[in-house]
Write a protein that binds this ligand. Structure first.
Ligand code: SAM
Ligand code: SF4
Length: 350
């Protein structure tokens, strides 16, 4: 029998649509060595290093959240491997496993993985998502301003280290939509699971438009020209809160995250924290909640802080909106300008 007490059960965070929160994404830095066109602004204003929460402070926050039902923590960025001490942070988070944490994951651009894969495995990282949007070296450079080969080396190093990996590929119309079949073939050859992601309006330059989105249906149409395509249903991988719809191509698993044309918001169990302590109840929330002072107080064991932080977070999380389309509609109804939103993917971490 589960040993969770009544009080602890009540402590779980849930929103007004009954969605319990089980996953937390921590962006440990907004800095990145890549400049992906769909993510990074042309002239990023980096967060000041002294404004970032320390790993000790982040750890205390993670412990607080695990006590309130968080079962999976994903470390992201910016590029998480650019923040010194991140491997040690992964190792420290292992202490939360006896308290209910089940998975510690990371999302990385892969560039530094050759150097860090083994250490991450030793630190107990459970799985890793690596971004790879093109197998064509010139196109990759145009998309990211960096070379492809260190990423392919990084993927190899992660496999050799025994880290379970998935590849994330964001597709943009007219830019890298010609990569659907090459990436799919490569994933089958390499026996790696690939997930195509629809381009979301979270690019730093605010240039997103629906015309740039390669929809789930378009992706399926392309895949169908070469592979036998079946939808994967009724298994543990296609859990209600898994954002990617699951398919098989010639029997090999492939996911599609279609936030724009077929959103997964109805079962969203995620919460997000930026590197300087801004908390988001949704990827598309126009505004976050500044928690830096509270998180520092938590780490300093200031009396009653747990109670007040719990109260603040419960209210904010309860008010989480229905999802991407509901937020878009509300902003439209209120004639609010989306471009005034200051946060983009390189700060939120995906
Ligand atoms: N730097 C790491 C990386 O690229 O994997 C981690 C941070 S990155 C912001 C996390 C994920 O967000 C990546 O898989 C990236 O492809 C995705 N992403 C970034 N901007 C996006 C956008 N506008 N639409 C959809 N996905 C995006
Ligand atoms: Fe950097 Fe990741 Fe954004 Fe690309 S998607 S610019 S690798 S943070």
């Amino acid at each position: 029998m589960n040993m969770m007490t009544e009080l602890e059960t009540d402590a779980r965070f849930v929103d007004q649509f009954g969605r319990s929160k089980r996953k937390l994404r921590i962006s440990v830095t907004d800095r990145c060595n890549f400049k992906c066109v769909y993510c990074m602004p042309e002239h990023p204003e980096w967060m000041k290093k002294h404004d970032l929460l320390s790993f000790e402070e982040l750890y205390h926050f993670c412990a607080f959240m695990v006590h309130r039902g968080i079962e999976a923590i994903r470390i992201t960025g910016g590029e998480p491997l650019m923040r010194q001490g991140v491997v040690h942070f992964v190792a420290q988070l292992q202490n939360l496993k006896p308290l209910g944490l089940k998975r510690i994951s990371m999302t990385s651009n892969g560039h530094y993985l050759k150097q860090y894969a083994q250490a991450l495995k030793q630190a107990g990282l459970d799985d890793l998502n690596i971004s790879l949007d093109s197998l064509d070296a010139d196109q990759f450079k145009q998309l990211t301003q960096k070379d492809l080969s260190p990423v392919l080396d990084g993927i190899r190093a992660a496999q050799q280290a025994g880290l379970p990996i998935k590849i994330n590929s964001v597709l943009m119309n007219g830019i890298n939509d010609n990569q659907i079949l090459p990436l799919a073939r490569w994933s089958v050859e390499q026996n790696i699971q690939l997930r195509f992601i629809e381009f979301m309006p979270l690019d730093g330059e605010r240039k997103w438009s629906t015309a740039h989105v390669v929809s789930e249906q378009q992706i399926l149409n392309h895949l169908g020209t070469e592979f036998t395509l079946t939808q994967r249903t009724n298994d543990s991988v296609q859990s209600a809160s898994e954002p990617a719809r699951q398919y098989f191509i010639d029997g090999h698993p492939l996911g599609i995250i279609s936030t724009i044309t077929n959103s997964f918001c109805g079962s969203c169990d995620r919460l997000r924290l930026t590197a300087q302590g801004e908390f988001y109840n949704c990827l598309f929330a126009p505004q976050g909640l500044q928690l830096k002072t509270e998180i520092k107080a938590l780490a300093a064991s200031i009396p009653l802080i747990e109670l007040s932080l719990h109260h603040t977070l419960s209210n904010y999380i309860w008010n989480k909106e229905q999802g991407f389309h509901a937020i878009e509609q509300r902003l439209k109804n209120q004639s609010m300008d989306k471009s005034s939103r200051k946060i983009s993917m390189h700060m939120l971490g995906g």
